[in-house]
Design a protein around this ligand. Structure first.
Ligand code: ADP
Ligand code: GN1
Ligand code: MG
Length: 369
């Protein structure tokens, strides 16, 4: 048996998974953790699981990550069960070890968790069907709604300053200063481009600090691949990838989703001519999201949703550029200059959003009525 499989089977044993192990598959979509689907059968029935090895370079205190996730999933499950017999496909269900923990640490120090695979579900990196985009908006909107009365202060800050756009810009300045990978000379245009966006990109964060925008429980990583859909109807099921659930701004959950779902290009599109805001997808996501949350939002929150898309696109791009300058230590890359390609693409997209900000906000306003 190969080493990787031996390890996977050891994790399955730690979580006491019922049934018979068949095989596993690596799911290679995320940039941070390592995700596997593990195929099990029980009494002839399919029973699959998702195992994840948490990246402890990124999540320094993974136990706290699991405390946040279990608190939030249990809260949502209880809410759904008030109106539905089962919440099986609407919220993640994590397994416990014999000790009652939601995680297992192996002898090599690797940190693992396990959740049930939601049957007959699919996810998309970037769907080009408007119905699916709208459904993803509803899914993230409901996540907000379910947690609107969850006590924000109970959550651990698992990554300090995660969506602190000012601090992300400071990280970029530090990376430029240190020039660890010797790459600064070749990216001056990108550095200047991000500098030009700084004022507008940091505005939502500053509004929160001034007390204008409230902190809520937010997902903080709302890219489309973090929603599951029914594989036949394509209606939304559960929101997944809850590692970064923390206090945050609604504008950021809205904006980070737009960054991915409403770009005409891939997250690492090399041909910048192909990168722009796709208004049809933007409107579809907005219809789904705002339709669900409009009654819980303050007027200031409503008025800054479109701005959140600029902030999240510029911030994420600045993070890619920072990582490129630091020698690619944070995000997984699949080819040498991928972080730079991502950074260039986000710069073009963020600038396009700035040009169309009024139109974007008008679409939000339309669905807030
Ligand atoms: P990553 O950190 O690698 O992005 P995710 O938690 O987003 O990890 O999972 C990666 C992919 O695995 C998802 O996009 C989805 O396709 C699939 N997946 C994750 N959890 C489940 C689940 N509970 N049920 C079904 N599919 C899942
Ligand atoms: C990372 O883990 P994943 O791939 O869902 C990152 C997000 C970025 C995203 C960019 C913990 O998300 O913040 O927006 O890549 N997650 C973390 O695609 O840093
Ligand atoms: Mg993911």
């Amino acid at each position: 048996m190969r080493k990787a499989e031996k390890q996977i089977r050891e994790v399955c044993a730690r979580f006491n998974l019922a049934g018979e192990y068949r095989f596993y598959e690596l799911i290679n979509s995320g940039h941070i953790n390592t995700t596997y689907k593990v195929y099990f059968s029980r009494g002839g029935e399919v029973k699959d699981y998702i195992l994840q090895r948490i990246n402890t370079y990124v999540f320094k205190n993974p136990v706290q990550v699991m405390e946040n996730i279990s608190a939030v999933t249990e809260y949502i499950r209880a809410k759904i069960k008030q109106t539905k017999a089962t919440a099986k496909r609407d919220v993640l269900h994590y397994s416990r070890t014999e000790n009652g923990d939601y995680y297992a640490v192996l002898d090599d120090g690797s940190f693992w968790r396990c959740c049930r695979f939601i049957d007959n579900s699919v996810s998309f990196l970037r769907p080009n069907a408007l119905m699916v985009v709208e459904e993803s908006g509803k899914a993230f909107g409901k996540f907000q709604l379910y947690l609107s009365d969850f006590p924000v202060s109970k959550l651990h800050i698992v990554i300090p300053h995660f969506h602190n756009t000012i601090s992300r810009y400071a990280d970029l300045a530090e990376a430029i200063e240190r020039n660890e990978a010797g790459r600064v000379g070749s990216v001056q245009a990108e550095i200047d481009g991000y500098e030009e966006l700084k004022e507008i990109a940091t505005k939502p964060y500053r509004l929160q600090k001034q007390g204008v925008l409230p902190l809520r429980v937010t997902h903080n990583d709302t890219k489309t691949s973090n929603v599951l859909f029914d594989s036949k109807t394509f209606e939304h099921l559960s929101v997944i990838d809850l590692d970064t659930v923390m206090p945050g701004l609604v504008a950021f959950d809205f904006g980070d989703a737009i960054r991915v779902a409403a770009s005409t290009g891939e997250e690492d599109e090399r041909d910048l001519e192909k990168v722009a805001l796709d208004f049809d997808s933007y409107e579809a996501f907005t219809r789904g999201f705002v339709g669900v949350v409009k009654d819980m939002l303050t007027e200031d929150e409503k008025h800054t949703l479109a701005l959140g898309a600029v902030a999240m696109t510029a911030e994420c791009g600045a993070r890619f550029l920072t990582d490129y300058l630091n020698g690619d230590k944070y995000f997984k890359i699949h080819y040498p200059d991928q972080n730079l390609v991502r950074a260039r693409c986000h710069l073009v997209l963020a600038k396009d959003m700035v040009r169309h900000l009024d139109k974007m906000q008008a679409i939000v306003d339309k669905y807030c009525e």
